[in-house]
Design a protein. Structure first.
Length: 187
């Protein structure tokens, strides 16, 4: 299975909302990037560590990582392998035992940032979801399938209000596709 290692590149708020932020992850060569939508708690947790605004050596994730490092010889990795209902599907894998544990993409980013646990994305998914990375770009692209239904609905309402009917139509189509997928699953 071919994978791309992801490296934390930065975090940014979204204009007009304080409930979500965007985390930029690049490949190791900084030629491609993906964006992961995170909630305000993940933004705070990453911000504290990136900005070094306070000591984190007593924070639970860091304490648990130290405990695991000191007491075990476990080999871990995380893999993003799909997008489901606007959320990246991520699992933490114990390489030694084959055990796998699902977790939120934002938590995988945090865990990767504070540890040496690598975060990968399946290569085909990376090809589909990523865009060219441009250092110091003024904006960023987000694949529509990596946005939550609530955010899609709000963006559609805004597009209608601004009379951007082409964008509104694309957003509506994505919402309808997701609704149809859920109905098919329930059958």
């Amino acid at each position: 299975m071919n994978r791309t290692r992801l490296i934390f590149n930065g975090i940014s708020g979204i204009v007009g909302t304080d409930k979500v932020c965007l985390v930029v992850m690049t490949d190791e060569t900084e030629s491609r990037q993906i964006t992961i939508v995170c909630d305000s708690n993940a933004e705070y947790q990453l911000g504290v560590r990136v900005g070094r605004s306070m000591p984190t050596d007593r924070f639970l994730p860091e304490v648990l990582l130290k405990l695991i490092d000191d007491k075990t010889r476990v080999s871990l990795e995380m893999v993003i392998d799909d997008v489901v209902d606007g959320q990246y599907s991520v699992a933490l894998h114990n390489v030694n035992t084959g055990d796998s544990f699902p977790l939120r993409a934002s938590d995988a980013v945090l865990l990767s940032y504070i540890s040496e646990i690598p975060l990968y994305m399946e290569e085909k998914l990376m090809d589909r979801q990523s865009v060219a990375y441009r250092k110091n770009a003024k904006g960023m692209s987000i694949p529509i399938n990596a946005i939550s239904g609530d955010m899609l609905d709000k963006a559609m309402q805004k597009a209608i209000k601004e009379e951007n009917y082409e964008l509104a139509s694309q957003l509506r189509d994505e919402l309808q596709r997701r609704k149809k997928d859920i109905e098919n699953i329930e059958k």
